[in-house]
Design a protein around this ligand. Sequence first.
Ligand SMILES: [Zn+2]
Length: 463
Amino acid sequence: MPLTEQQLPSKIDLLIRNAVIITMDLKNSVIENGFIAITGNQITNIGQDKSIDLSKYDVKRSIDLHGSIVHPGYIDSHIHLLYQPLRWVQKDGIHASDAMSVHSEYLNNITPEIEELSYQLASLEMAHNGTTCFLEANVINTNIAASAIEKIGIRAVIGTPGIKDIYEENSYFGPIKFSTNRAFDLIDRELTRNQNKNALVQGAISLHGMGTASDELLLHAKSIADKNNVIINMHQSYAEDDTASDYNRFNQHPMIHYEEIGFLGSNCTFAHVNFVREEEISPILKSGCSIAWCPLGSMMYGIGGTTEGKHSELYKKGAQISLGSDSANWTTSFDIGNQALIAILTAREKTKRPDALLAEDGLIMATKNGARALGLENKIGSLEIGKKADLIIRKNNLPEMFPQTDPIRSVIYSGKSSIQSVLVDGNFIVDNGKSTLIDENELYYKVNNLKKKYPFYEALFIE
Ligand SMILES: [Zn+2]
């Protein structure tokens, strides 16, 4: 329930008025002619413009949106920030494993400068496309990553990178392998970030995936996640071959194995899960685990996740399906709105049903289900009192946004070019389509200059 006028803080730092607000609250309510009051980094009131006498309050800044759409920032629940400089360096149309082959050469020679530029570029790309928070899957130096992410101004959850105690023969994500005991020591390293509740970058538990973790490591990781009330994040069943190798190892499908050893829980977030057998559906639903669906991450390499995967069926049965961009060469751009659109359309094609998924389902996956996948559902994912003021303001001067009929369909189906501003913690981090915090041209110049500076990197480019 909205606060009464007496409860509203007397100071409002930012007042957004005259907006069409898609709240993504429990009922996905839309408020026409709405206002959002922001004090500090929080939403302190939200409702209909006419419902409140604002002359009583000390309003620092007020903006009239003239009917523009406002909705919660997008949440990307599976992304690798490390591979931006590799975007399109290889031939088009190659197999996913060949595309990955360039990763080891890159990771063996990468410098802190390249790392930092990659993290900044990736974060900026997300910010432009309305992502206000994401779940990172494997950086190298988490401190370099955190400072780059903070420079762009978005929110993130990261874990200790590369925690594996089984060596992966064909690992493309770097040769890191710890003894089980060493992995135990390192696994909670990033949780110290959570001492500062207001820090943009928070810590969680990360493993690479089932294929590189012993059951002992899995269960230890889960117990640390439970104890600290954070999520545990890992890859699962991306392609047929890794799914088959997990099966062969345990003589069981992966989700069944997870359930049997007592690993599965609502704080487990699995990336991809493109291959699911019927028997795995029940453990997924019972546990309440999250699945970060990366439709383009499958489609770019013809993996089969959108034709053979069961994401939309699982979603319809109540599974926590969110969305992810995966990696520079595994998507068209870091744009969760676009992933939502692709998810909806492929589900319709696969099932030959126009109601397989609706625009509203896409927005649920892109916002509140993302928040849940990151373990941040109490802080972000919807526009409600007490939540962080992370939101997107849409343009209201684009032909494809007219007539103003269904705002959710406008955003998901026609919203590609319509982002005007992006706010995190009540601060504009993107305004008029540009970062308010960094000199974008300087960043682009530095990225382009990497080829001149690093011969190993230039050598990665195809002729
Ligand atoms: Zn991944």
